[in-house]
Ligand binder design. Structure first.
Ligand code: MNH
Length: 504
């Protein structure tokens, strides 16, 4: 059922003098589905470590076994690196959190100031915004389900979920409504953002001086549009300070760095806002799209997910779950974690040795060189058993999680540079997924077969499905079932204390 990352089985390359094979990648192997998926194909051929000479001065090492990844996650010997794509993105997101070097003062400042916004108390304040954006998606999908006699029309799953996650981060982070569901054309910021991201992607691996002047002109215009939108948002907030709980923008504008009492400077705030708008939506919408794909294809998993939300929300056709209720949906969380195992939507991250060192005690690596973790291969390491392509949410039951070695699951990166928005993303995704499986049956109208593509992040391309509203009786069967089947309880009972093991 699961689409497999296709493997190429032509012969291996001879290892170099350091024992590391060097990849020569044919155009066919490179394919057209994105750099990270090509890295996976090469890893299948060359094994868990290889060097890929992309240009004369850029030849990252790629690692993908649990053993090697565990070593590069040692924060005392390795730190975050910016691969070619992120280095390029510094043109428009500068030293924002995502693209700052750890040594840059602005990384520590922003990390210290913004961290509290992503702890439980911060998250609680975003719940209402998440619910509001989720509601917009349900309204659209109710229409598509064909209320009022018209037949169901297919929904664009990744497209609509991207609208939802974008509205969420705009509202929750910055009090700014991107109104993604009511526009015919994307918001100018969104169009500019996609243009700039596409342009950066095209630049990776392109020789210096080989820019296309038309594209470069458009790119400059896109960067200016992003900056303008964000400066407007900032001006509006300065003119009318918010009265509710502090959001990200309040902290960015007014919270001092405790060590020096200084605020983030104006340019850095602009970089932060753009960074959060980008980092805060694509990955989460991809995650939800993959989770819906597996639920649509796998009735048994869907059944368990529906049982959990039906018991939690009851027969109420329009539940408005509270913050704490969402956090108790452990099976829904497991479905999301398993989706991120098979398709980590941020498919790789980069590390670099702080000093010359031996990787895993045997491969010499130099200070400052780029070592990319191929997360989607790590998540298929033998530590995951012998049926790694199988979607199986029980892998994230508490006992199974405790048995796996550390650093076998890295969808959110690692250590101090891991994703600051992890709990934000999981809460948003749990809420949305819970509302969806409570409300609809998920119908595979076209026999969709998984086509994973990387733009910036991974998405199931061309994924549409149709929906049918569930009836109250379907939701009540768990609690009012036949004698002997009463109240089966939630799946994985007693696991409500379990936390994702994402960042070890
Ligand atoms: Mn997020 C860093 C994955 C959702 C904001 N994120 C990272 C990294 C990964 C990642 C991997 C580490 C990158 C690296 O080492 O170079 N993020 C995800 C995934 C999801 C996600 C898979 C959703 C699913 N991220 C979010 C959300 C937000 C966010 C939501 C904001 C609300 N992420 C960030 C920021 C960083 C980051 C900011 C950089 C943090 C730092 O380096 O200090």
């Amino acid at each position: 059922m699961a689409a497999r990352i296709s493997s190429v089985t032509t012969g291996g390359a001879p290892p170099g003098p350091d024992g590391i094979p060097e990849a020569t990648v044919t155009a066919e192997e490179f394919g057209d589905d994105g750099y990270s998926l090509a890295c996976v194909r090469v890893a299948r051929r060359l094994g868990p470590i290889y060097r890929w000479r992309i240009s004369d001065d850029y030849a990252p090492l790629l690692v993908s076994s649990q053993e090697l990844v565990a070593d590069v996650c040692d924060d005392s010997r390795f730190g975050k690196d910016l691969g070619a794509g992120l280095r390029f993105a510094r043109e428009y997101i500068g030293d924002g959190l995502f693209t700052a070097y750890t040594e840059e003062e602005n990384w520590r400042r922003a990390h210290t100031i913004l961290r509290p916004a992503f702890a439980v108390d911060g998250l609680r304040g975003y719940h209402a915004f998440m619910l509001r954006a989720a509601r917009r998606l349900l309204d659209r999908w109710d229409q598509a389900a064909g209320q009022g006699g018209t037949g169901p029309t297919p929904v664009d799953v990744p497209g609509d979920l991207t609208r939802m996650t974008l509205d969420t981060i705009g509202l929750a982070g910055f009090g700014y409504d991107l109104e993604s569901f009511t526009r015919e054309e994307p918001h100018p910021f969104v169009r500019a953002m996609n243009g700039a991201l596409t342009y950066s992607r095209l630049q990776v691996g392109r020789a210096p001086g080989a820019e296309d002047p038309d594209l470069t002109g458009q790119y400059r215009a896109d960067c200016a549009t992003m900056a303008q939108t964000v400066d407007e948002v900032i001006r509006a907030r300065r003119a009318a300070p918010s009265t509710g709980p502090k959001d990200l923008l309040d902290l960015m504008l007014a919270a001092p760095y405790p060590q020096t009492g200084e605020l983030l400077d104006e340019l850095n705030v602009r970089f932060q806002v753009i960074s959060f708008l980008i980092a805060g939506h694509e990955t989460t919408s991809g995650l939800l799209s993959f989770a819906l794909y597996y639920l649509m294809k796998d009735p048994e998993t869907l059944h368990l997910a529906q049982r959990e939300v039906d018991v939690a929300f009851g027969a109420d056709p329009n539940p408005e779950p509270a913050f704490a209720e969402v956090r108790k949906l452990t099976y829904i969380r497991q479905v999301l974690q398993e989706a991120l195992r098979l398709w980590p939507t941020a498919p790789s991250f980069d590390r670099r040795p702080l000093h010359d060192t031996l990787l895993a005690g045997r491969y010499p690596v130099r200070a400052g060189e780029t070592i990319s973790v191929v997360t989607s291969m790590l998540h298929r390491d033998a530590v995951w058993g012998d049926d790694v392509e199988l979607f199986d949410a029980s892998r994230f039951g508490r006992d199974q999680m405790a048995q796996r070695p550390p650093h076998s699951y890295k969808p959110f990166g690692t250590g101090q540079r891991s994703c600051i928005g992890q709990q934000f993303a999981l809460h948003e995704a749990m809420l949305m997924l819970a509302l969806l499986v409570h409300r609809y049956r998920l119908l595979d109208h076209g026999g969709y077969s998984l086509d994973v593509r990387q733009t910036l992040t991974l998405k199931p391309a061309g994924f549409t499905m149709t929906l049918a509203r569930r009836r109250a009786a379907e939701r009540e069967r768990w609690t009012t079932g036949a004698p002997g089947q009463q109240n089966p309880g939630t799946p994985e009972q007693g696991e409500s204390a379990s936390r994702p093991d994402a960042v070890a």
